[in-house]
Design a protein around this ligand. Sequence first.
Ligand code: 1GP
Length: 253
Amino acid sequence: MGRVEQYLINIINTTGPIHLTLIDPQNTNPKKAGKIAKTLEKYGTTAIMVGGSTVVSIPQLDAVINNIKNSVNIPVILFPNNITGISQYADAIWFMSLLNSWNTHFITGIQALGAPIVKQYGLEAISLGYIIVGEGSTAAYMGQAHPIPRDKPKIASIYALAAQYLGMHFVYLEAGSGSKSPIPPKMVTMVKKNLKIPLIVGGGIRTQEAAEAAIKTGADVIVTGTIIEKDQSGEIIKNIIACVKNFKKKKRL
Ligand code: 1GP
């Protein structure tokens, strides 16, 4: 296990669920990205993820990551949509497979193209099974996914179990950035029931209640992105992070 993964796992195992901040370099200039990361580090976010469904400019990605690295001490983890989502300046990369894509390009193809780049840059690769839930998201469209219907938690749970049996270290249930509603709590419950690896839940989490519902039902990691752009005062995100950090495992349903 690499240094960043060890860091995440240690916190999850000792204090409980964690919050990760997602910054999209397509929507955030480098200076702003550094500023956001610094504020959220102060609020207690555990690491910064950088990526988005339409990232195309490597120089822009590099600049955003460099500014974040200069502003915070917490790790920066790439969340790539393609090989253009890989930067040598990050600490680690979610080495992810979009398990419910129709197109093998998104399951193993980009991974094969990206693997030598990850090796050349010396990035820590953290294996992740990525599962897209619900129609209409940019991630689903770009990844040619066959999204899992929101009312079919059983399907999500068997995909997650498959990720575990394939040897992946984390599972990510993705509702899509900016989604009107987050992953249904019933689905989180069912996925978690059979899963031994940590569960990441993201997409559409904009309130403390939504974050709490996800961790109460079993999420080990909450990811928020869009809320940073909307929450000018920073109060909502501050409360979301506090709620995740203060949650003890025994409170789980
Ligand atoms: C997207 O799950 C993340 O990949 C975050 O989603 O932007 O809706 O918070 P939001």
